[in-house]
Write a protein that binds this ligand. Structure first.
Ligand SMILES: Cc1cc2nc3c(=O)[nH]c(=O)nc-3n(C[C@H](O)[C@H](O)[C@H](O)COP(=O)(O)OP(=O)(O)OC[C@H]3O[C@@H](n4cnc5c(N)ncnc54)[C@H](O)[C@@H]3O)c2cc1C
Length: 408
């Protein structure tokens, strides 16, 4: 009989690992600490349609998730939409989706724009990311893009994603963010992929196939926190030959994420994605989801997200949802003066504790010990994805990688 394997975590990565191992005829049990599968990609329903609790789209370069979508028979639902991106800066919203928008972008002068353009081309063409590993992103971007472009474009991005930790972030992370997206444009336009009816359909289909192949799924089961290592021979863990864990890693610093979703009859913007480049804003991005997916799917209502990344000790994690609603809406009125809170139909706040790892200088050494694939426990947390920015594509790649460590 083939080995018994325990998969810890029912996010997309753990589900892919479990599915592949069942295909190889291993006996697989998957445990998930929450009451639902999906992890960071988890969803709820609006008007009968799944919506991710945190905004999600994919890029044309995301080949692992695109292949999985095809394999699961969901290909027809994958729709590509021209990215309608904008930047909010000093009380104005500017389109920011390509070279023409950059040329028209008022907050930067011509020299800034040329430098920005050259840096982007250089990072897109440069393949050797290792030379950026020990370089600080904020210093490098400031040096090569110039202080103005750094302050207007890059510092808000770094601050938004990493909060107070932003000065620690490695240039390898920034390289990956720009480099991997280089080929997702066609004729100067970027396209974003969304699964018509929600990415949760991937989670549902993986679950269905896992159960059909005889796999076991246990929800509300928190198997031991963090490292797992301490009690490997105790309790029920001793019943398994190998353990694959997508639980958070001990040696890594994580930020949490807070998102607020709301529906309204008001059509607030022409754009899908708005970077809020303003350090006073309590959220870093405003997303009008119904500029990507048709509002008919959600009972003819517009769907919006406001989202941010925050340290675990932030007050938003300590107190209830009301404070998030109050502060987010109050700032939204400054960004979109025509926004009327009274026209909000419904709102939801979601909090994720382990949402983004801080990719600092020397990060590769920090995660090295988790990557060996030997011993009883195999790690596949999203924080091991490096230098790429974590995303569902790479979670699928991790699931495929760990399953390949097992014989056919
Ligand atoms: C705000 C936000 C926006 C995002 N937008 C995008 C996007 O647009 N495009 C994109 O590609 N990606 C996006 N991502 C990232 C993407 O969601 C993740 O990279 C991906 O879902 C990670 O999958 P995973 O399975 O590796 O990890 P997770 O989804 O974190 O799954 C891990 C699972 O393990 C469970 N678990 C942890 N510890 C234990 C334990 N001890 N016992 C049992 N269970 C445990 C957790 O509850 C969780 O369900 C976004 C993430 C966030 C937070």
């Amino acid at each position: 009989m083939k080995a018994k394997i325990l998969v810890v975590g029912g996010g997309i990565g753990g589900l892919v690992a479990a599915y592949r191992l069942l295909q190889k005829k291993y006996a697989v049990t998957l445990v998930e600490k929450n009451s639902e599968l999906g992890g960071l990609l988890g969803a709820f329903k609006i008007g009968g349609t799944y919506l991710e609790k945190s905004y999600h789209h994919i890029f044309k370069t995301d080949k692992y998730i695109i292949e999985l979508i095809k394999e699961l028979g969901l290909e027809k639902k994958l729709k590509w939409h021209e990215a309608k991106t904008a930047i909010y800066y000093k009380k104005k919203i500017y389109p920011f989706a390509g070279a023409i928008d950059l040329l028209k972008f008022e907050p930067l002068n011509l020299i800034d724009k040329l430098r920005l353009g050259f840096v982007k081309i250089y990072l897109e063409k440069e393949n050797n990311w290792k030379k950026f590993e020990n370089v600080l992103a904020y210093e490098w971007m400031k040096k090569w893009c110039g202080n103005n472009a750094y302050k207007v474009i890059w510092e808000p991005l770094l601050r938004g994603k990493f909060g107070k930790e932003y000065k620690k972030v490695s240039m390898a992370w920034m390289w990956a963010r720009i480099h991997t997206r280089a080929n997702s444009s066609e004729k100067g336009k970027e396209y974003l992929g969304y699964l018509d009816g929600g990415f949760q359909q991937i989670i549902d289909e993986l679950k269905r196939r896992i159960l059909k192949l005889g796999g076991k799924i246990e929800l509300n089961t928190n198997l031991p926190p963090r490292e797992l290592g301490t009690s490997l021979e105790e309790g029920r863990l001793k019943d398994f030959n190998r353990i694959i864990s997508s639980a958070p890693l001990e040696k890594v610093d994580y930020l949490g994420a807070v998102t607020m979703v709301f529906t309204s009859k008001q059509n607030l913007s022409r754009y899908y994605w708005h970077n809020i480049n303003d350090d006073k804003s309590p959220f870093l991005a405003l997303i009008q989801h119904t500029n990507l997916e048709d509002k008919k799917k959600y009972g003819n209502k517009h769907v919006y997200y406001l989202g941010t990344y925050l340290p675990h000790n932030h007050r938003y994690f300590k107190f209830g949802d009301k404070i998030v609603e109050k502060e987010f809406f109050s700032y939204l009125k400054k960004i979109l003066p025509n926004f009327n809170e009274e026209k909000v139909l419904k709102k939801w706040v979601f909090k994720f504790k382990y949402a983004q790892h801080v990719v600092d200088v020397g990060y590769r050494r920090r995660i090295e010990k988790y990557r060996h694939g030997k011993g009883k426990i195999i790690y596949m947390n999203f924080a091991q994805i490096y230098p790429e920015d974590r995303g569902i594509n790479y979670a699928v790649r991790e699931g495929e990688r760990v399953s390949k460590l097992f014989e056919n």
